[in-house]
Design a protein around this ligand. Structure first.
Ligand SMILES: [Zn+2]
Ligand SMILES: [Zn+2]
Length: 352
């Protein structure tokens, strides 16, 4: 992947009433500290875009940096959350309690912030789905144990505090306005903010300079035809962003940067390479998602199994949508192409 060509000075952002706070995130996949954007409103209050994670370190960083920049977080008019990951919404409940501001998030990610779509619960509910991916029972049991043991770093947000956030909504600030753009992919309900006149794009985790946006396996929208196809949807949205004329991307992690086209072209090439690798493997014989893991990840790491399964499945789904691979059900039996697989059957893929 190509790197961004140039960083934008935080002082240039401050002139537009945008203050960036950097909140440490205790897991490496995030790609560095998460940004909280405190944006000046016309009436002397502030709007927030994302909140950082609610760990003791996260809360200390949020309070410390806000105080240093003389930003009073009790004077919030609204808390806008880009998507339902805990490094972005983790302090939303606390800040809403302290300021009285509502928390605005897209419908499709509401259950993530209210705690109704916890991974451990989804994994239990969709156990048969993971078995059909070819995950062995013992491995699945270990995944479930791991998910159940996850420390609860999350203060979920009360439903009564939530407000709606739709594609096309316009948000006014003191020095500029943005249009809300729904860009599902990294999560089903992810939104970005586009300052069209200033040619700025608040990209949160949709476009990141240092890491690919992890199209995570997400069963919050169900299985089968309603299953959220993370990478297929992501690539649609990323192609739309690529064609924007932008002077700066303000990401969810790291400083603002220019050069989103080169970055996204590099990302598209990265995924095409992964898909070519998977296709070459499938030309040697059908394989399940689990059996394809070593093709992309020579060393299996139990702690990262969900990320690895996500990555393989997401790329196979893209090829399936393009008509390059077809799912078959094992063991052999005559079934219609659209029949859902029976419990205990493993889905394998072959070149079309
Ligand atoms: Zn995220
Ligand atoms: Zn993030």
């Amino acid at each position: 992947m190509h790197g961004p060509t140039q960083d934008i000075n935080d002082a240039a952002l401050t002139a537009l009433g945008i203050h960036r706070l950097e909140i440490p995130v205790p897991f490496i996949e995030a790609g560095g500290p998460a940004n909280v954007y405190v944006i000046e409103d016309a009436d002397g209050r502030y709007s927030l875009f994302d909140t950082g994670i609610g760990t003791p370190d996260g809360i200390a960083a949020l309070r410390g940096q806000a105080a240093e920049k003389q930003l009073d977080l009790k004077k919030l008019s609204r808390i806008v959350v880009s998507h339902g990951h805990l490094d972005h919404f983790g302090n939303a409940q606390m800040l809403s309690e302290e300021s009285g501001a509502r928390v605005f998030i897209h419908d499709a990610d509401v259950e993530k912030v209210t705690g109704d779509a916890r991974f451990a619960a989804l994994l239990r509910r969709h156990r048969a789905y993971f078995l059909r991916l070819g995950v062995p029972v013992e491995t699945l049991d270990q995944m479930q144990e791991g998910a159940d043991r996850q420390p609860n770093l999350i203060r979920h947000v009360e439903r009564s505090r939530l407000g709606p956030l739709h594609d096309g909504d316009v948000l006014q600030f003191k020095h500029f306005e943005v249009v809300v753009k729904h860009l599902p992919g990294h999560t089903p309900g992810l939104v970005c903010l586009h300052a069209q006149r200033q040619r700025f794009f608040f990209a949160d985790d949709h476009v990141l300079a240092r890491v690919s946006p992890n199209p995570l396996l997400d069963l919050s929208q169900g299985e089968g035809t309603t299953k959220f196809r993370a990478l297929s949807r992501y690539l649609e949205g990323a192609k739309w962003v690529r064609d924007l004329d932008l002077d700066a991307v303000l990401p969810g992690h790291g400083p603002a940067f220019r050069g989103h086209r080169e970055l996204l072209d590099g990302l598209f090439a990265f995924y095409e390479q992964r898909q070519d690798k998977l296709l070459a493997r499938l030309q040697q014989g059908p394989a399940s998602i689990f059996e394809l893991l070593p093709t992309l990840f020579p060393r299996r790491d139990a702690g990262r199994l969900v990320l690895m399964l996500s990555e393989v499945l997401a790329n196979v789904e893209v090829m399936e949508d393009q008509g390059r691979v077809t799912a078959t059900v094992h063991p052999e039996r005559s079934r219609g192409a659209n029949d859902p697989p029976l419990d205990g059957e493993i889905v394998r893929y072959a070149p079309s």
